[in-house]
Design a protein around this ligand. Structure first.
Ligand code: ZN
Length: 139
């Protein structure tokens, strides 16, 4: 069995964003040389997500509005977590809803997606360097 590991680095200038990282994961898969197996892609930070859905700007705006309704950033004083001096309690909650990782089957050297599936990095507390782990195993 072969295994491959890579960290993808991001530095999103805004507080929140959704980035399609499918091309980077496909590049990892090419570099790995693995034709049959599994790819794990996970955010390495507790205020960011990796998830799969459609690459459609209306949907991304809907996510933004929905997550802000669930866990508004302001007022930051509404969260117990922020009594530590942080202001990112909402980002922890948004990450919980949007998930930590995805696992994608690799078939015949390709990410074996369903219709319209793409992999996204969701940033909820940007303005600093953060990582996504790509781990691919198989043969
Ligand atoms: Zn925090």
């Amino acid at each position: 069995m072969k295994s491959y590991r890579k960290e993808l680095w991001f530095n999103i200038p805004s507080r929140r964003a959704f980035i399609n990282i499918t091309p980077q994961v496909e590049e990892c898969l090419r570099d790995s040389g693995i034709r049959e197996g599994l790819a794990l892609v996970n955010a390495m930070h507790i205020t960011a997500s990796v998830f799969i859905n459609d690459d459609e700007s209306g949907l991304h705006q809907d996510y933004e509005r929905w997550l802000e309704n669930l866990a508004p950033h302001e007022p930051v004083s509404q969260y117990l977590h922020n009594r530590t001096g942080e202001d990112n309690a909402d980002a922890h909650l948004k990450r919980q809803v949007m998930g930590r990782e995805v696992v994608v089957a690799i078939t015949n050297g390709r990410l074996d997606f369903g219709p319209w599936e793409q992999i996204f990095y969701g940033e909820f507390d940007g303005g600093r360097r953060k990582r996504v782990l790509v781990k691919i195993i198989g043969e």
